[in-house]
Design a protein around this ligand. Structure first.
Ligand code: CDP
Ligand code: MG
Length: 736
């Protein structure tokens, strides 16, 4: 039995017995902790340059701050600025993070340092979770969230300062955000003409948006003051940021760097998961105390390593079984992500199995050993085919440096991942912000023209753009209000119209999490049988609906027997185990479901179910995901219609053996093997081999529900331009 974390409550008797003594003891503990925090803050490298930094912020509208990880930039600078009076007139200091988990953990830490309740003076806001109030002055948030706020408050008038943290990560969001902030800064520094034009262009018909603040009125705008921008990072090319911001000043904070010893394997490991496992146990059994952090590529991989670690722990002698696994990946609910930050129970060593989420912006205390197989799962967008897929690729040099780890000595290096980014995110966001000239937008590094055109095409085909390519069609306006990818938003909007919103809401929530099903190696047959009981011959989407409904039924049953919430959760957990459903993923899907439901209700859609008549629902699916359609080939493989790529149905799909004539899929998985590329591959030839590999290895394609009838002959030739229309016609054809 694995031990749990110490913050989980002690027994009632113990609590009663300790109550009296506890009062005093607790006060002392709190005082000691505060003292410790104070000392810690003073010892940070950034503490000695507080006055200078505040001065620089006063003098410069845009400032670039570079300092090593751990120097105190993220936690301390906002506090310095708050204390220096930058929050006058109830203005806010906003700090953006590329990752949810960083926004949450840092906000918690800073609230503790300020000795305030989280959500009061210090808060955070991430998609689907808001821990702020009207008294919040230091607000941590994801960059995507700030972009959403800009939809409603184009001048970001509530903020006196915006700090873009970890700017070197340069996600699609950061690039859009930087361009936007530049515009906002200009508009706010020239209060009259610029602002009016800017507001007119950006705040369009969103007065019904359910948020605590309303679009800026012209009278208010005149009062707003200039916006300070701070761009911050550990390993940033300060010069390119400085150039982008018209020669902005850059300051360096000299931080401490913990001594790091890097050990490499002698040769590339043919099975990196096995090598990781062996290394974990080598460290555990042979090295001094200290926690381990191992980088893996995704939830499935993390869960399988977790199971293998548990298996091996059981085989260890009694005294050595004190190893505890803690997973952390992006789709894990925030509450569970926090386990990585809690100390292991005394006498235990913690091994954190993480995706690149733990790479930057988060500080996990107690880590002494890092294992890095040097791979990362990246979402890759191919602008030529317009298709997005998940591939496993080697980490970039910058990432490897961040991980500082057991890296293969002759590891290959590819340029930073942004080459692979999806431009459609950019396009949709800019359109939603009322910025229509995407090609002319002042990007720091512009996505390729081809990528932009493809992304516009996608929005156009989804019916989001009006004829003049503005996001002003009714569907486009509704889509802009949903924090989801365009196809998912479209699916919900259509489902509302065709009375199957309930089912689509479930599908969107279930598709937002990784791996609902799990197949433990030792119980493969049982797991398959369990899965079969939910399977629908019509595809994986309906199968997911069946799972969700069955789980809801289980909860409903416990409700009628008046169970407490905790007991209900236990029952659900048990149900999941019996049915080989991933409890964590299901829990998360349920959370997302209720969040999206909130958005949907605020948009005025009422819940509707198509009952047993799934045809309507499948029509809505095809009319939203038609860009991901594939036709069966004579040899049994499939051809993706929008790209002509040959793909195969993933063995985990219920359609794996069915071989339907035409299918829509949700995700393309490409398997790229670093090791097969060979140890001598240099950076540039890797890129080439990546390209060809990519073609050859898109062999696993998750296939989903299919059309009942194939589209008419000949439509493939002009598929992209016509399929939408054809599907619309098909969807309204009563005989279809
Ligand atoms: O942003 P930067 O990497 O410069 O440093 P930071 O995130 O402000 O962290 C400064 C110090 O605060 C770290 O060295 C940690 O010791 C501590 N910290 C923490 O204990 N818990 C957190 N969630 C974040 C930081
Ligand atoms: Mg930081």
């Amino acid at each position: 039995m694995m031990p749990s974390f110490p913050n989980i409550s002690t027994s009632k008797n113990q609590q009663d017995g300790r109550k009296l003594a506890n009062g005093n003891c607790k006060n002392q503990q709190v005082l000691a902790r505060r003292q410790l925090i104070l000392q810690h803050r003073k010892s940070l490298p950034i503490a000695s340059v507080e006055r200078r930094l505040v001065e620089e912020v006063r003098k410069n509208d845009t400032l670039i701050i570079v300092g090593e990880t751990g120097s105190g930039k993220t936690t301390q600078l906002p506090q310095f600025l708050y204390n220096a009076g930058f929050c006058h007139d109830e203005k806010i200091i906003g700090v953006t993070q590329p990752r949810r988990v960083a926004a949450v953990t840092v906000a918690k830490r800073v609230a503790e340092e300020c000795n305030v309740e989280l959500g009061q003076k210090v808060g955070y806001s991430i998609r689907f979770e808001d821990a702020t109030s009207s008294s919040t002055r230091i607000k941590y948030m994801t960059d995507g969230l700030l972009l959403r706020e800009a939809l409603l408050d184009p001048l970001l008038s509530r903020y006196s300062i915006i700090i873009v943290d970890e700017a070197h990560e340069r996600t699609v969001h950061t690039d859009v955000l930087l361009g936007l902030l530049k515009k906002v800064q200009l508009a706010r520094s020239h209060p009259t003409t610029n602002q009016h034009n800017f507001i007119k262009a950006n705040a369009k018909g969103r007065e019904d948006e359910p948020r605590s603040f309303s679009p800026l009125k012209a009278s208010e705008s005149a009062k707003s003051t200039s916006l300070k921008l701070i761009i911050m990072s550990a390993s940033l090319d300060a010069r390119c940021f400085s150039e982008y911001f018209g020669g902005a000043k850059a300051v360096h904070v000299h931080g401490r760097q913990y001594p790091v010893e890097v050990l490499y394997t002698y040769q590339p490991e043919p099975d990196y998961l096995d090598a990781t496992l062996i290394t974990i146990f080598q460290i555990h059994l042979e090295e001094a105390s200290g926690d381990i952090l191992a980088f893996l590529t995704g939830q499935e991989e993390i869960e399988s390593v977790e199971r293998l670690v548990h298996e091996r722990i059981r085989q260890l002698p009694d005294g050595s079984q004190n190893l505890l696994t803690v997973p952390i990946y992006a789709s894990l609910p925030s509450e569970q992500q926090m386990n990585a930050f809690r100390p292991a129970p005394s006498g235990f060593r913690k091994v954190i199995l993480a995706t690149n989420i733990a790479e930057t912006s988060v500080t996990i205390p107690g880590i002494k050993y890092v294992i890095d197989p040097g791979l990362v799962k990246a979402r890759s967008y191919n602008p030529v085919t317009g298709m997005e897929s998940l591939i496993i690729i080697p980490t970039s040099k910058a990432q490897a440096l961040q991980r500082r780890t057991l890296f293969m000595s002759d590891a290959v290096v590819v340029p930073d991942g942004r080459d692979l980014e999806n431009a459609s995110g950019c396009t949709r966001r800019l359109k939603a912000l009322g910025i229509d000239d995407i090609i002319g937008f002042d990007f720091m590094e512009k996505p390729s023209r081809m990528a932009i055109v493809k992304s516009l095409e996608q929005l156009f085909l989804l019916g989001a753009l009006s004829d003049d390519y503005k996001l002003s069609s009714p569907v486009g306006q509704q889509m802009a209000r949903l924090p989801l990818d365009p196809m998912y938003s479209k699916a919900l909007i259509l489902a509302a119209e065709f009375k199957c919103l309930e089912e689509m809401l479930i599908v969107v929530a279930m598709l937002s999490v990784e791996s609902i099903f799990y197949f433990p190696r030792e119980k493969m047959e049982e797991a398959r049988a369990a899965r079969k009981s939910f399977s629908s011959p019509e595809g994986d989407h309906i199968t997911l609906v069946n799972v969700y409904r069955a789980s809801a039924e289980c909860l409903e049953k416990s409700k009628t027997t008046n169970c407490k919430e905790k007991t209900m959760e236990k029952k659900l957990n048990k149900w999941c185990r019996e049915n080989f459903i991933n409890y964590r993923s299901l829990r998360h899907a349920r959370d997302i479901h209720s969040q999206i439901e909130g958005h949907i209700q605020q948009m005025g859609f009422s819940p509707s179910s198509c009952g047993d008549d799934m045809l309507q629902f499948r029509r809505c699916l095809t009319a939203s995901f038609f860009l991901n359609a594939a036709m069966k080939q004579p040899d049994g493989s499939y051809r993706a219609l929008s790209s002509s790529q040959i793909v195969q149905v993933h063995p985990s799909s219920v359609l794996f053996r069915t071989k339907a004539d035409c299918i829509i899929f949700n995700e393309l998985l490409a398997v790229f093997s670093l090791l097969a590329a060979g140890p001598s591959t240099s950076g540039s030839s890797l890129l080439l081999s990546l390209a060809s590999f990519f073609r050859l290895h898109i062999l696993r394609c998750k296939a989903w529900s299919f059309f009942t009838r194939a589209p008419p002959q000949g439509c493939r030739i002009v598929w992209i331009l016509e399929c939408y229309g054809i599907l619309e016609t098909l969807a309204s054809d009563p005989n279809w």
